[in-house]
Design a protein. Sequence first.
Length: 324
Amino acid sequence: MDWLSLKARLLAEGTACLAGAEAAPYISSSAAGPGAGGAGSVFFSTGKGRVRLSLDHESPIELVHLGAGKAVLNLDGREIEGYLQPVALHCPRQAYLTLSGGCVYRCKYCEVPAVTSGRKNPEQIEAMVESVADHIDAISITSGVMYDVQEEENYVLAMIRRLQTFGIPLGVSIFPGQHTAERLYASGVAEVKFNVEAATQEIFTGMCPGLDWGSVWKALEISVPLFGRGHVFSNLIIGLGETNKEAEHCIRVLCEKGVIPVLRPLNPAGDLKTWKRPSAERLIRLFSIHKRALKDAGLDPRAAVSMCVACTGCDLVPGRDAPL
């Protein structure tokens, strides 16, 4: 099984049962994004890429840690040799931080409001980054909206000023206000991610009541001339009820604007906990569409230095998981 097919199969399942030797240094926990509030996750690699798997003792996929990071994945009767990648903060080679682990909004696919962990203070954040600064390539910041969008942005900007002293590239993903892109650029941020989340405005409105889809698109358009084509990203969740045609349209529009889409398989959580993850076949089909759209727009995800496009654990990423 080639890496792309294997990763698509693993993303379609999303989980693994971890057995074998003690694996604490390889287990990551999440305060936001896929797996928020869960039992943790691990990053498995065969050397051709990495995939993030949430830990679930009832998963049909078994991952056996042999010790010192070496591991065997048991999948559909096959044994696949690989290794567990050590995490820095949340993922390998990055300090990926959630500043505010709570949110006043109630997006239907999100667990954050239900598992609110409060807001990290500046000293805590600096200490966390300091603890991994010698083995990371980027600092990536995301955040819920603890009180309101503007207050959250101000807090993030204050933290950026403090974290700039590490001299490590910074990527930021928050819900944007009117001048968020300009303020982040002026603060020295290297890359930004503003998430359209859904392929259509109708789906977004139903999934994210109270949030404005148009403001995300506006922020993305403003960001590209500032940060450069290929250094602006946007999550597009696959599995919210969109058709492949609607997904393709959204992918192509983002790419044409100079934005790299992040095709995120739905993680059934929150109000959608009974929904299904997209199939491996669908993920590969959309990967091909994504690949063509990136090539047509002259975008290369391999140039990304932070956040999800640099990590690739939760998504199929053209150029990183398979050649463009």
